[in-house]
Design a protein around this ligand. Structure first.
Ligand code: NAD
Length: 278
């Protein structure tokens, strides 16, 4: 299974497809991540708030896979933006993961009401300088948040990890990121199963035409858009299904039909709005 790598602004490379472990219970994380690694996943997306970094770390340690063949992301939670809290938070995450460094460390949400994300971002720059992470990025940042951190620190994040799926494509954020060389990580790539994405004619007809599952069609759509994705499942057969998306292609028309699933008024969002998450 050969997963394409994307080169980030800082020259580091990231596997375009990985395994996200949001809502994977702490006591099941070691098993689930071990299965994912066995199946061929090499990129794991976790976060301090997911409460499963220890399980992720145990699976990594047990796998025997060389550290430089793995890509691990974790994230700074919202209540740790102030003062030296980010330094403590990364130290704790690394301890739980059993790693000397992560590949990517993200500010999880801008939390505008706390109004301290610029400071948090500046702290991540220091964390990268101390080699506790190879790359730094942000998550759930809207255009004004992105513009502000770049203007005030001069440092551009390598990725912005945002809610993105066919009904909610955040085109304004994607356009800003594309113009500035910031890669998009699409979270909730399958819409978190919260609407009937697989039953839409655009997806169902493409699935029929390419003889793949609807989930594979949606994941393939992301890959052809250039998005980095890490769909979540705790079931081995779905982990296998979700990684088997590199041996077929959607036509331009099939991609365009899925592009058209966003009503364009923001109503397709299935999770929290960044302005309201604090
Ligand atoms: P997702 O879109 O990956 O949906 C996951 C759900 O889709 C699963 O619970 C499962 O029910 C279903 N599913 C998975 N594979 C399937 C298949 N082959 N067929 C049918 N159904 C299938 O949503 P997600 O887990 O929220 O997003 C993926 C990852 O993104 C997370 O695990 C996490 O790592 C990350 N994430 C980040 C943020 C953030 O704020 N940065 C927020 C949410 C998620």
């Amino acid at each position: 299974m050969s997963i394409p790598q994307i080169e980030l602004l800082d020259g580091h490379r990231i596997p375009q497809l990985g395994y996200g472990v949001f809502k994977v219970p702490a006591d099941d994380a070691e098993r689930a991540v071990s299965e994912a690694l066995e199946i061929g996943y090499r990129h794991i997306d976790t976060a301090a708030i997911y409460g499963n970094e220890e399980g992720v770390g145990k699976a990594i340690a047990a796998s025997g896979i060389a550290r430089d063949e793995l890509y691990v992301t974790t994230k700074l939670w919202n209540d740790r933006h102030d003062g030296d809290e980010p330094d403590a938070a990364i130290a704790e995450s690394l301890e739980r993961l059993g790693l000397d460094f992560v590949d990517l460390y993200l500010v999880h949400w801008p939390t505008p009401a706390r109004d301290n994300y610029v400071h948090a971002w500046q702290k991540l720059v220091g964390i990268r300088e101390r080699a506790l992470t190879r790359s730094i990025g942000v998550s759930n940042f809207l255009v004004p948040h992105l513009e502000r951190i770049v203007a005030e620190t001069g440092v551009t994040p390598v990725v912005n990890q945002i809610e993105l799926h066919p009904a909610y494509q955040q085109r304004d954020v994607v356009q800003w990121c594309t113009q500035h060389g910031v890669h998009i990580e699409a979270w909730g790539p399958l819409g978190q199963g919260k609407y009937d994405l697989f039953g839409t004619p655009a997806v169902a007809q493409a699935a029929e035409a390419v003889d793949r599952t609807a989930a594979q069609v949606v994941l393939r759509w992301h890959l052809q858009k250039g998005n980095i994705i890490f769909p979540k499942s705790v079931r081995a057969e779905r982990l296998r299904e979700n990684i088997a998306v590199f041996d077929f292609e959607l036509t331009d028309d099939q991609v365009a039909a899925i592009d058209a699933l966003d009503p364009g008024d923001g109503s397709g969002r299935v999770s929290a709005h960044p302005e309201e998450m604090n």
